[in-house]
Design a binder for this molecule. Structure first.
Ligand code: HEC
Ligand code: HEC
Ligand code: HEC
Ligand code: HEC
Length: 439
């Protein structure tokens, strides 16, 4: 939209809305919606520079408490994507983001693909008002297709649409995509809500244009589209639908005060972006949450430092298979030709070599003292090696084989089942599998 169009809308909109509101029935009401978009794992701002020092759950909580004091009947909505999964540390952070957001008492939160990074179960506790219309399974998780909310005398129906095109499962055969692409039921549900005089809100990661193709916007009062980077956009009106675009990274909140005609139709609106600068005090009721989070981050850091120290001082109980080769040339030769010796490449090929959930079975001793850390510090512990099955072998090697390997008395099958579990190796049977790697 160019500047002239915006200007024209700015001039004529109030006129248009005023004349429109003349024609509808009485009993106008007002509604306040406070909304946010992609938090994307930003639990707190780093504060490294003043201009960037915006946002964080502590300030958001304090601001929302203040807004609720002033307007207890406000609706608090999010379009989702709360979590991040770019580094191993993001899991802990994500756990605390869910706990923190739970304390803010959102009315409804849309579900985005990124929220599923750690699986559906991860989202089960604490319970949050996750909403996704086209999720096929209703037996797991706590995802409702729609949320009917009421504050004061305003009824609001909240919907969120998860774009099947963005699904990491979309290329799978059969019925593995957890979302449906059929829109007729959504159309119907929106229409029904509208007929009941409810204010309808639809959030999606689609753009405005894509969303207009998804459903006819006649029954959508507010469309919340894919977040913009950091900054909130000015709302625009498309037909009778108000288009909101939140900003990402939790630096601000959006607030829109609406007048409706009693049938849930918007007759006028005011929009405000609320930045969350340092001057907003941290919410005291989240102090324990924040202290606990920091304590866990610190503990994880110290543990990794300990690991690195062990590694670099050569004290790691793991040696890597090169150290076994000298005394066990034959097993070494057989192993080095097996796919076990290439298991990490498989992860790299599918772009998952950074995901702890995968690394654990495709390396040696991950998350064990002195075990695999990363490709740089512990190159010798990549792939499934001798010590993945026989246990940490330094003591055995240093003793010239006099001390047994740690797993010497394990049943053979138990050794394999550390990794050859049902979901990861459904065809596993000890005899047939052992035959392929016997040494
Ligand atoms: C519990 C252990 C375990 C975890 C966790 C695990 N894998 Fe595997 N992975 C295996 C085993 C065992 C096999 C071999 C399966 C077989 O051949 O029966 C395998 C095989 C593979 C293969 C090769 C498949 C092929 O057709 O050759 C890829 C790729 C792979 N895993 C990727 C991943 C990714 C990505 C993750 C994380 C999302 C992951 N794995 C997590 C144990 C695991
Ligand atoms: C995938 C798991 C696995 C890997 C990897 C593996 N082994 Fe084994 N290894 C076994 C199992 C299980 C046995 C016991 C087989 C049996 O008793 O029939 C065994 C047996 C052995 C034995 C004893 C053989 C004997 O005749 O008593 C030696 C020595 C050995 N492995 C060395 C190695 C070395 C060295 C490597 C790495 C180069 C290695 N293994 C890699 C699972 C593994
Ligand atoms: C300095 C030589 C030496 C090195 C290095 C060595 N081993 Fe051994 N290993 C032996 C000897 C000797 C035996 C036979 C011991 C016996 O039968 O009493 C043995 C036996 C084994 C066995 C069968 C008995 C048991 O304890 O499980 C396994 C498995 C094994 N080695 C694995 C490994 C692995 C894995 C490494 C590398 C981490 C390794 N070895 C490094 C000398 C060595
Ligand atoms: C530390 C985890 C781990 C353990 C323990 C493990 N595996 Fe595997 N296994 C894997 C992974 C990962 C792959 C997939 C490797 C790939 O495709 O690159 C795999 C693949 C295989 C394959 C197919 C590859 C080939 O070379 O033909 C066989 C067979 C196999 N494992 C047998 C066994 C047996 C038997 C045991 C127990 C003695 C065992 N594995 C123990 C992780 C493990």
């Amino acid at each position: 939209m160019n500047k002239t169009t915006l200007l024209l809308i700015a001039i004529f909109l109030p006129v248009a809305l005023a004349s429109y509101s003349d024609t509808v029935q009485a009993n106008p009401t007002t509604a306040t919606i406070v909304y946010s978009g992609n938090l994307d794992g930003e639990l707190e701002p780093c504060g490294c520079s003043e201009t960037g020092d915006l946002g964080g759950i502590l300030r958001r909580a304090a601001k929302i408490a203040e807004l609720r004091k002033e307007q207890p009947e406000l609706f608090l909505l999010s379009s989702g994507s709360l979590l991040a999964n770019a580094s191993p540390r993001d899991r802990l952070k994500s756990e605390y983001i869910l706990k923190g957001i739970a304390a803010l008492d959102y009315d409804a939160i849309g579900l985005q693909w990124r929220d599923l990074a750690y699986g559906v179960e991860f989202l089960n506790s604490p319970p949050l008002p996750w909403t996704v219309f086209n999720w096929k399974k209703r037996d797991i998780g706590k995802f409702l297709p729609q949320r009917n909310l009421k504050h004061g005398d305003v009824e609001l129906a909240f919907f969120s649409w998860l774009d099947p095109e963005g699904s990491p499962f979309r290329q799978m055969e059969g019925d593995h995509n957890p979302v449906s692409g059929k829109t007729d039921q959504l159309q119907e549900a929106l229409q029904q809500a509208k007929q009941k005089g409810m204010l309808t809100v639809l959030t999606t990661t689609l753009t405005q244009e894509e969303a207009s193709k998804l459903v006819t916007l006649d029954n959508v009062d507010i469309l919340m589209i894919k977040s913009a980077y950091e900054e909130y956009s000015k709302p625009v009106l498309q037909g009778k639908t108000l288009i909101l675009q939140p900003g990402s990274r939790g630096m601000r909140l959006g607030r829109v005060d609406l007048k409706t005609d009693g049938k849930g139709n918007i007759t006028s609106w005011q929009h405000k972006v609320i930045p969350l600068p340092k001057s907003i005090p941290d919410a005291p009721f989240l102090k324990t949450w924040y202290d606990e989070y920091n304590a866990k981050v610190k503990a994880a850091y110290l543990a990794s430092v300990e690991q690195r120290k062990l590694q670099q001082s050569g004290q790691s109980p793991y040696t890597g298979s090169e150290a076994c080769q000298g005394c066990h040339a034959k097993p070494y030769e057989i192993w080095s030709k097996s796919l076990h010796a290439r298991a990490f490449e498989q992860l790299e090929e599918v772009g998952k070599s950074f995901d702890p959930d995968c690394i654990i079975c495709h390396t040696v001793g991950f998350e064990q003292p002195g075990g695999y850390i990363d490709t740089r510090l512990t190159m010798h512990l990549l792939n499934v090696q001798c010590e993945s099955c026989h246990g940490a072998g330094r003591t055995h090697a240093d003793s010239q084989g006099k001390k047994p390997t740690p797993n010497a008395d394990w049943p053979k099958e138990k050794i394999c089942k550390q990794c050859h579990t049902q979901p990861h190796s459904p065809k596993f049977g000890f005899d047939s599998y052992w035959a392929r790697i016997a040494h």
